[in-house]
Design a protein around this ligand. Structure first.
Ligand SMILES: [Cu+2]
Length: 222
Protein backbone atom coordinates (compact mmCIF):
# COMPACT_ATOMS: atom_id res chain seq x y z
CA UNK A 1 0.00 0.00 0.00
CA UNK A 2 2.88 2.37 0.79
CA UNK A 3 4.14 2.21 -2.78
CA UNK A 4 0.77 2.98 -4.31
CA UNK A 5 0.33 6.64 -3.27
CA UNK A 6 3.74 7.63 -4.63
CA UNK A 7 2.92 5.88 -7.87
CA UNK A 8 -0.38 7.70 -8.01
CA UNK A 9 1.38 10.98 -7.33
CA UNK A 10 3.88 10.25 -10.05
CA UNK A 11 1.18 9.47 -12.60
CA UNK A 12 -0.89 12.43 -11.46
CA UNK A 13 1.99 14.87 -11.77
CA UNK A 14 2.98 13.32 -15.07
CA UNK A 15 -0.55 13.89 -16.27
CA UNK A 16 -0.45 17.50 -15.09
CA UNK A 17 2.90 18.05 -16.77
CA UNK A 18 1.53 16.64 -19.99
CA UNK A 19 -1.50 18.90 -19.74
CA UNK A 20 0.71 21.91 -19.11
CA UNK A 21 2.94 20.99 -21.98
CA UNK A 22 -0.05 20.59 -24.28
CA UNK A 23 -1.52 23.90 -23.13
CA UNK A 24 1.79 25.68 -23.67
CA UNK A 25 2.29 24.13 -27.07
CA UNK A 26 -1.27 25.03 -27.97
CA UNK A 27 -0.85 28.64 -26.79
CA UNK A 28 2.44 28.95 -28.61
CA UNK A 29 0.96 27.68 -31.84
CA UNK A 30 -1.91 30.13 -31.60
CA UNK A 31 -0.06 33.21 -30.52
CA UNK A 32 2.89 32.84 -32.86
CA UNK A 33 2.84 34.00 -36.42
CA UNK A 34 1.78 31.18 -38.64
CA UNK A 35 3.34 30.40 -41.92
CA UNK A 36 2.03 29.07 -45.17
CA UNK A 37 3.58 28.51 -48.52
CA UNK A 38 1.75 28.82 -51.79
CA UNK A 39 3.28 28.26 -55.18
CA UNK A 40 2.32 29.55 -58.56
CA UNK A 41 3.10 26.72 -60.93
CA UNK A 42 2.98 26.17 -64.70
CA UNK A 43 0.73 26.95 -66.26
CA UNK A 44 -1.10 29.91 -64.82
CA UNK A 45 -2.26 28.23 -61.65
CA UNK A 46 -1.74 27.97 -57.92
CA UNK A 47 -0.72 24.53 -56.70
CA UNK A 48 -3.69 24.57 -54.33
CA UNK A 49 -7.06 26.28 -54.28
CA UNK A 50 -7.48 26.13 -50.51
CA UNK A 51 -5.28 27.59 -47.81
CA UNK A 52 -6.18 27.00 -44.18
CA UNK A 53 -4.91 28.70 -41.06
CA UNK A 54 -5.98 28.01 -37.51
CA UNK A 55 -6.49 30.74 -35.06
CA UNK A 56 -5.28 33.99 -33.76
CA UNK A 57 -2.44 36.31 -34.59
CA UNK A 58 -0.86 36.85 -37.95
CA UNK A 59 0.07 34.77 -40.92
CA UNK A 60 3.01 34.90 -43.26
CA UNK A 61 2.27 33.54 -46.70
CA UNK A 62 5.41 32.60 -48.53
CA UNK A 63 4.53 33.15 -52.14
CA UNK A 64 6.76 31.25 -54.52
CA UNK A 65 6.40 31.82 -58.23
CA UNK A 66 7.63 28.77 -60.12
CA UNK A 67 5.78 29.60 -63.31
CA UNK A 68 8.87 30.62 -65.24
CA UNK A 69 8.63 33.90 -67.08
CA UNK A 70 5.09 34.60 -65.93
CA UNK A 71 4.16 37.39 -63.51
CA UNK A 72 1.95 36.42 -60.54
CA UNK A 73 1.18 37.51 -57.02
CA UNK A 74 -0.70 36.34 -53.95
CA UNK A 75 -3.53 38.58 -52.80
CA UNK A 76 -6.14 37.86 -50.12
CA UNK A 77 -9.52 39.57 -50.07
CA UNK A 78 -12.62 39.44 -47.91
CA UNK A 79 -14.60 37.80 -50.70
CA UNK A 80 -14.53 36.88 -54.36
CA UNK A 81 -15.50 40.37 -55.43
CA UNK A 82 -11.94 41.31 -54.46
CA UNK A 83 -13.19 44.74 -53.54
CA UNK A 84 -11.65 44.77 -50.09
CA UNK A 85 -8.29 43.41 -48.98
CA UNK A 86 -8.58 40.78 -46.26
CA UNK A 87 -6.26 42.80 -44.06
CA UNK A 88 -3.62 45.46 -44.24
CA UNK A 89 -0.75 43.97 -46.21
CA UNK A 90 -2.75 41.03 -47.57
CA UNK A 91 -2.00 41.93 -51.18
CA UNK A 92 1.47 40.85 -52.22
CA UNK A 93 3.57 42.39 -54.97
CA UNK A 94 3.58 40.96 -58.49
CA UNK A 95 6.80 39.29 -59.53
CA UNK A 96 7.91 37.34 -62.56
CA UNK A 97 9.12 33.78 -61.98
CA UNK A 98 11.42 32.58 -60.74
CA UNK A 99 10.78 34.74 -57.70
CA UNK A 100 9.22 34.77 -54.27
CA UNK A 101 7.96 37.16 -51.62
CA UNK A 102 6.32 37.08 -48.23
CA UNK A 103 2.84 38.42 -47.63
CA UNK A 104 2.18 39.02 -43.96
CA UNK A 105 -1.06 40.19 -42.40
CA UNK A 106 -3.23 39.93 -39.31
CA UNK A 107 -5.71 37.09 -39.31
CA UNK A 108 -9.38 38.02 -39.37
CA UNK A 109 -12.16 36.19 -37.55
CA UNK A 110 -12.67 32.55 -38.51
CA UNK A 111 -14.35 32.15 -41.84
CA UNK A 112 -13.82 31.51 -45.52
CA UNK A 113 -12.18 34.29 -47.46
CA UNK A 114 -10.73 34.63 -50.91
CA UNK A 115 -7.35 34.74 -52.54
CA UNK A 116 -6.24 35.19 -56.09
CA UNK A 117 -3.49 36.30 -58.39
CA UNK A 118 -4.26 39.86 -59.41
CA UNK A 119 -2.69 39.33 -62.81
CA UNK A 120 -4.93 36.36 -63.55
CA UNK A 121 -7.97 37.12 -61.41
CA UNK A 122 -10.32 34.69 -63.10
CA UNK A 123 -8.02 31.69 -63.49
CA UNK A 124 -5.97 31.77 -60.32
CA UNK A 125 -8.32 31.87 -57.35
CA UNK A 126 -8.85 30.03 -54.11
CA UNK A 127 -10.33 29.94 -50.63
CA UNK A 128 -8.42 31.38 -47.72
CA UNK A 129 -9.84 29.59 -44.70
CA UNK A 130 -9.38 30.81 -41.15
CA UNK A 131 -10.34 28.08 -38.72
CA UNK A 132 -11.53 28.67 -35.18
CA UNK A 133 -8.93 27.79 -32.58
CA UNK A 134 -9.70 24.69 -30.52
CA UNK A 135 -12.22 25.30 -27.74
CA UNK A 136 -9.86 24.01 -25.05
CA UNK A 137 -7.30 26.79 -25.20
CA UNK A 138 -5.46 27.86 -22.05
CA UNK A 139 -7.87 28.01 -19.15
CA UNK A 140 -6.43 30.59 -16.73
CA UNK A 141 -7.55 28.53 -13.73
CA UNK A 142 -6.21 25.32 -15.21
CA UNK A 143 -2.93 27.03 -15.90
CA UNK A 144 -2.61 28.21 -12.34
CA UNK A 145 -3.79 25.34 -10.18
CA UNK A 146 -1.14 22.90 -11.35
CA UNK A 147 1.60 25.44 -10.57
CA UNK A 148 1.58 24.28 -6.98
CA UNK A 149 1.62 20.69 -8.05
CA UNK A 150 4.16 21.04 -10.86
CA UNK A 151 7.29 20.61 -8.74
CA UNK A 152 7.13 16.86 -8.76
CA UNK A 153 10.49 16.69 -7.04
CA UNK A 154 9.15 18.55 -4.05
CA UNK A 155 6.12 16.36 -4.03
CA UNK A 156 6.49 15.68 -0.32
CA UNK A 157 6.27 19.38 0.43
CA UNK A 158 3.68 20.17 -2.19
CA UNK A 159 1.58 17.16 -1.39
CA UNK A 160 0.09 18.19 1.93
CA UNK A 161 -0.08 21.95 1.17
CA UNK A 162 -2.09 22.84 -1.91
CA UNK A 163 -3.66 19.72 -3.28
CA UNK A 164 -4.84 18.18 -0.01
CA UNK A 165 -8.41 18.54 -1.11
CA UNK A 166 -7.62 17.03 -4.47
CA UNK A 167 -5.30 14.40 -3.08
CA UNK A 168 -7.88 12.79 -0.86
CA UNK A 169 -10.42 11.94 -3.52
CA UNK A 170 -7.64 10.90 -5.84
CA UNK A 171 -6.11 8.49 -3.35
CA UNK A 172 -9.61 7.26 -2.78
CA UNK A 173 -10.13 6.83 -6.49
CA UNK A 174 -6.78 5.30 -7.22
CA UNK A 175 -7.29 1.78 -5.98
CA UNK A 176 -10.94 1.96 -7.01
CA UNK A 177 -9.90 2.78 -10.54
CA UNK A 178 -7.40 0.01 -10.58
CA UNK A 179 -9.81 -2.57 -9.30
CA UNK A 180 -12.61 -1.28 -11.51
CA UNK A 181 -10.26 -1.51 -14.47
CA UNK A 182 -9.44 -5.04 -13.48
CA UNK A 183 -13.14 -5.75 -13.20
CA UNK A 184 -13.77 -4.21 -16.58
CA UNK A 185 -11.63 -6.93 -18.02
CA UNK A 186 -12.43 -9.66 -15.55
CA UNK A 187 -16.20 -9.29 -15.43
CA UNK A 188 -16.92 -9.88 -19.12
CA UNK A 189 -14.47 -12.75 -19.14
CA UNK A 190 -16.11 -14.27 -16.11
CA UNK A 191 -19.55 -13.74 -17.63
CA UNK A 192 -18.46 -15.29 -20.91
CA UNK A 193 -16.90 -18.14 -19.03
CA UNK A 194 -20.03 -18.66 -16.98
CA UNK A 195 -22.19 -18.52 -20.09
CA UNK A 196 -20.05 -21.02 -21.96
CA UNK A 197 -19.87 -23.17 -18.89
CA UNK A 198 -23.65 -23.02 -18.46
CA UNK A 199 -24.25 -23.84 -22.12
CA UNK A 200 -21.85 -26.73 -21.94
CA UNK A 201 -23.52 -28.12 -18.85
CA UNK A 202 -26.95 -27.68 -20.36
CA UNK A 203 -25.91 -29.44 -23.54
CA UNK A 204 -24.41 -32.21 -21.49
CA UNK A 205 -27.60 -32.50 -19.46
CA UNK A 206 -29.74 -32.51 -22.61
CA UNK A 207 -27.67 -35.17 -24.27
CA UNK A 208 -27.81 -37.24 -21.10
CA UNK A 209 -31.55 -36.77 -20.92
CA UNK A 210 -31.81 -37.78 -24.55
CA UNK A 211 -29.75 -40.86 -23.89
CA UNK A 212 -31.87 -41.66 -20.86
CA UNK A 213 -35.02 -41.25 -22.89
CA UNK A 214 -33.80 -43.51 -25.63
CA UNK A 215 -32.83 -46.00 -22.97
CA UNK A 216 -36.25 -45.79 -21.29
CA UNK A 217 -38.19 -46.24 -24.48
CA UNK A 218 -36.78 -49.27 -26.15
CA UNK A 219 -36.69 -49.05 -29.90
CA UNK A 220 -39.92 -50.39 -31.39
CA UNK A 221 -37.99 -52.72 -33.64
CA UNK A 222 -36.80 -54.95 -30.80
CU1 LIG B 1 -1.05 35.02 -62.06
Amino acid sequence: MSGHPSFRWASLSLGILLLLWAALACAEAQAGAQELTIRAVPTLRFETDTLAVTGIGSVTVHFVNDDTGVPHNFAAYTDSSAAEPLASGSIGPVCTAPCSNDVQFALPAPGDYFFRCDVHPTIMTGTFRVLAPPATTTPPSGGQTPVGTTPTDTGIAAGPTTPTGAALPITGQGPGDQSSQTWLVAAPLAAAGALLCGLGLRRLALSRRGRDRSAETPSPGS
